[in-house]
Design a protein around this ligand. Sequence first.
Ligand code: SAH
Length: 195
Amino acid sequence: MSVGAIGEIVWVVGIIAWYVIRYPFERRGKRVPVVSSRRTLSERVALAAGFAGLAILPGLYVATGFPQAADYPARLWAVIVGAILFCLAMWVFRRTHKQLGRNWSITLEIRQKHELICAGPYALVRHPMYTSFMLMGLAQAFLLANWVAGLAGLAGFVVLFFLRVDKEERMMLDVFGPEYRAYMDKTKRIIPYLY
Ligand code: SAH
């Protein structure tokens, strides 16, 4: 089997793990009432960009080899780095879901009896789930030896993150006021101690 094919298989296994972690929260989310939602156009674009870059484009590449012209030679060390990064991403992804519990939403929403979570991964950064998306995008770049499919994940992450993060923090400030303000003073956004 070629090194390139191993990288693609690792990516597919990673995406399946992603869904296995997420699925129970999607189901549970349907049962917890939403009291306010900010599902605006920009929020829809953000979600679509993330989905396209982290799932659709790389999925199309793995399934069909498109766009072949953007291929470059795969390297074993890159596949190993990518596999480690994907594991790290899924570990963080799982921890953030466990910590948010019933407060999780795929979009900008406040649920009934919404609680502000500041513990676990949320003690280090305000958006650890987006940290996990960034790590996933990085992993994809190392795993898929194709400039377009490989870098699409990071591009999708950047669009998703920057279209959303200010609005999310505004929403949290509107709902939790000084409590979220104090939490902002204590934490960075996605990279502990840095950003
Ligand atoms: N930005 C966070 C959460 C992503 S899920 C992260 O990256 O980990 C998005 C939803 O989580 C938002 O709609 C908001 O309702 C909720 N949320 C975000 N930060 C939260 C926090 N600290 N405590 C509770 N809920 C939070």
